[in-house]
Design a protein around this ligand. Structure first.
Ligand code: MG
Ligand code: MG
Length: 265
């Protein structure tokens, strides 16, 4: 995924990525309506797939074939509860329960361009500890996006995310990163959630990125579960994850995905 060049997108291409990302946002909004204790995760996946297809898109994660040797991902959503960081799998025997926090990541392919966004949801009443982890993780995403302007460097985004999350004593997952987005779901550059200010790629108008902090309550270390996909916090403490698709702006970030359909429900 780090191979190759960073492509700059035209205005028209950015609008197509915005359309795909908007459908992701609407899909997450639809899924949100069904999140409650006792809901089956495979049902959530089916709701998402049907909604995406009804609206003219293709679920981007379904049958996604990774370069790292796992088998193709069989679902439309990644559903990652509690100590699951990302890439969790829906399942007919997997239900959400009261007190869970659950990251739901969704991708859409439409008109030759991808959209990608993720949100962490509370299931029923959650502990203040989990609530704060969610809030700080989302804040850290927006802290990073404040730096997503032409003339800054990629490390400015990464550093802003890291500084905010670590100020609360949380740790940054390092092995998993954000990415470029466009005609491919994962394009260069890699977008780490930690790094040094003024380091890395010079940001230019026309770059489209998926920025997605994965923040652990405990230590940063992860492992892959036996299913070959699910990324787990090794210490089994909760993890949160938010993702926006964005375009680098001249003076201000252009956020292409949206949480509006979740938060204004
Ligand atoms: Mg995603
Ligand atoms: Mg992504």
């Amino acid at each position: 995924m780090s191979e190759g060049r960073v492509t700059l997108k035209t205005r028209e291409e950015i609008e197509l990525i915005r359309e795909s990302s908007l459908l992701v946002g609407k899909t997450l909004g639809e899924v949100n309506k069904h999140i409650k204790p006792g809901v089956n995760t495979l049902k959530l996946d089916q709701i998402a797939e049907e909604f995406i297809r009804d609206n003219g898109g293709i679920p981007a994660f379904k049958d996604y074939n990774p370069s790292f040797g796992s088998s193709p991902f069989p679902y439309s959503l990644c559903i990652s509860a509690n100590e699951e960081v990302v890439h969790g799998m829906p399942g007919k025997n997997r239900y959400l329960k009261e007190g869970d926090i659950v990251s739901i990541d969704c991708g859409v392919y439409m008109n030759n361009y991808y959209g990608d966004s993720a949100y962490t949801f509370a299931v029923g009443e959650i502990s203040p500890q989990k609530r704060r982890l969610m809030d700080v993780t989302k804040q850290s995403l927006y802290k990073g996006l404040e730096k997503a302007v032409a003339g800054n460097r990629l490390g400015d985004i990464s550093n802003a995310i890291q500084r905010h999350a670590e100020a609360f004593g949380y740790s940054i997952v390092r092995e998993m990163v954000g990415h470029g987005l466009g005609r491919n779901l994962h394009e260069p550059p890699e977008v780490p959630n930690y790094g040094r200010k003024r380091s890395g790629l010079l940001l230019e108008e026309g770059m489209v990125l998926a920025v997605e902090p994965m923040i652990n309550l405990g230590r940063r270390f992860i492992k892959i579960a036996d299913d070959g996909w699910t990324v787990l916090a090794t210490d089994r403490k909760p993890s949160a994850h938010y993702e926006h698709a964005i375009a680098i702006g001249k003076n201000k970030v252009d956020i292409l995905s949206t949480f509006e359909y979740i938060e204004n429900y």
